[in-house]
Ligand binder design. Structure first.
Ligand code: PLP
Length: 526
């Protein structure tokens, strides 16, 4: 493809992309194809001769669009959003054009320097303590996903503790005795995370070769880890001869958007300075750009690192997870290995940042461009307005669900736009005939207590009915929702935070939910 062919192809592709975005709301959000739909439509192998762009582009409509789940549709209310924007897409385009594996500063100084600047801007927007910006001992780096960030933090935490212990014991990490002792220490280590922390912490512990223990976060605490619960698990581990070295605290858990008790955890951080505390705010962290959420930030000075995904809720195209670290030395001491082919006078001058020393891979993409474009296009005010609109939409939807107490019970929220709820078990049991608002001890207790079989049955009925409602709604294809189980309770999650989200779609999904719930309830009671 030469320059002139590229011009024609790019124009045609952009036109198609605009048309796709303009018609998103009219498309069923979920595809209606069966597993394996694509292979029979494709040739057995790649073409022998190259094809012209119009032929290739035609297959986007014919083969690809039918198999897409439309994450940018305002009817996508599942998982968490993965927002895109036109400036974000332009950033991806330029990044592709300047294609480089920019691991060291000299590999493309603009890649490193723009990243450092935009990460400092973001730290300021979030209200992170000064320690997390590059002029202090910390700084920010862009990674692909929150899961990559967590692995990076877990391995760095493990190695930081190994270094500290070897140093106390006067052992050299490079010598045979030091290496043996390090292996022994690693064998005792345990990473911790809330029972509701994202599975990436458990996965990171597997990758790091350590144990993992979860910290209880029951319904009574709002699914939040408290300092007391964390301390108790740490002490239990220590009694067994294990060495807790890492904990993921969460702002906005995946299931319910719960926020762990950061103040209580900060106290634990002070008591156990060898434990690395990472704050995962993958989705909800974007809300910290609004001052009304920044009361969560001061505790951050007691922790070691923080991340949130701009690709979830801040209009930067996937992938873009911002990773902030309080002491960049903690990463560099683990990840800086410099064979002769990576040496250069700029690195040796100590005046430049080589981001390869802060991360697991060597090469890195020019992701800061899309962040820069988004920040400049919307401005801080525009982005705050974007977040606040979704919070308001979440409150609106919560109000609708709460208005049908006879049919639904809210379990959590609205929190950062997310509401979780289930079918009111009283609508489907022998209690169906009792007035909806009359307090009923079995009803109040069934969420927490399995010991009483009547309550357990109550919960089982609600779980079953809720699952049926959820499956009905998704099988209709108009909306895409997700469900989850929190402390034994099956809930439907609704979060509407795509760029095109509007009240009318939440009203409509509510109507669809009511219709489905009424049918399920009718089927059970009669
Ligand atoms: N942490 C939390 C709280 C999440 O909700 C998620 C995904 O939704 C993740 C981590 C994983 O995100 P990623 O896909 O960026 O690894």
């Amino acid at each position: 493809m030469d320059s002139s062919q590229f011009r024609d192809a790019a124009h045609s592709a952009i036109e198609e992309i605009i048309q796709y975005y303009d018609t998103l709301a009219e498309r069923p959000v979920l595809p209606s194809i069966s597993p394996g739909y694509l292979r029979p439509l494709l040739p057995d192998g790649p073409p022998e001769e190259g094809e012209a762009w119009p032929q290739i582009q035609a297959d986007i409509e014919r083969l690809i669009k039918p198999g897409l789940t439309h994450w940018q549709s305002p009817k996508f209310m599942a998982f968490f959003p993965c927002n895109s924007s036109f400036p974000g897409m332009l950033g991806e385009l330029y990044s592709g054009a300047f294609n480089a594996a920019a691991f060291n500063w000299i590999c493309s100084p603009a890649v490193t320097e723009l990243e450092t600047v935009v990460m400092d801007w973001i730290a300021a927007m979030l209200g992170l303590p000064e320690a997390y910006v590059s002029k202090g001992e910390g700084g920010g780096i862009i990674q692909g996903t929150a899961s990559e960030v967590v692995v990076t933090a877990v391995v760095a935490a493990r190695e930081r503790l190994v270094r500290r212990k070897l140093s106390l014991e006067g052992l050299d990490a490079e010598a045979e005795e030091g290496m043996e002792r390090a292996a022994e220490l690693r064998g005792k280590m345990v990473a911790l995370g809330s029972e509701h922390a994202h599975s990436s912490t458990q996965k990171a512990a597997i990758i790091a070769g350590t144990r993992f223990r979860s910290v209880p976060a029951p319904r009574e605490t709002g699914f939040r880890v408290t300092g007391t619960a964390l301390r108790q698990v740490i002490e239990e581990c220590k009694k067994k001869g294990l060495e807790p070295f890492y904990f993921t605290a969460t702002i906005g858990t995946t299931a319910t958007c719960a926020v762990d008790d950061l103040e209580g955890i900060a106290q634990v951080a002070r008591e156990y300075p060898d434990i690395w505390i990472h704050v995962d705010a993958a989705y909800a962290g974007s809300a910290l750009i609004c001052p009304e959420y920044q009361h969560l930030c001061p505790s951050m000075q007691h922790f070691d690192s923080f991340n949130f995904n701009l690709h979830k809720w801040l209009l930067v195209n996937f992938d873009c997870s911002a990773f902030f670290i309080k002491r960049r030395k903690d990463l560099i001491d683990t990840y800086s290995i410099t064979p002769s082919y990576l040496r250069n006078k700029f690195t040796e001058s100590g005046l430049v940042t080589d981001y390869r020393d802060w991360q697991i891979p060597l090469g890195r993409r020019f992701r800061s461009l899309k962040v820069w474009f988004v920040l400049r296009t919307y401005g801080v005010n525009g982005l705050q307005g974007f977040i606040r609109n979704h919070v308001k939409l979440g409150e609106y939807f919560h109000g609708l669900i709460a208005s049908r107490e006879d049919l639904f019970t809210v379990v959590t929220g609205p929190a950062f736009g997310l509401t979780t709820f289930h079918v009111n078990p009283r609508s489907i049991t022998s209690l169906a005939s009792s007035p909806a608002n009359e307090p009923n001890p079995a009803h109040e207790a069934y969420l927490n207590d399995f010991t009483n079989s009547a309550e357990a049955q109550f919960r089982e009925d609600a779980n079953q009915a809720t699952k049926e409602v959820y499956e009905r709604v998704n099988s209709q294809g108009e909306f895409f929702l997700t469900s989850t189980v929190v402390c034994g309770v099956y809930v439907i999650r609704v979060v509407s935070a795509t760029e095109r989200a509007e009240e009318k779609y939440l009203k409509r999904v509510f109507e669809v939910l009511v219709e489905a719930a009424e049918e399920v309830v009718k089927g059970k009671v009669t």
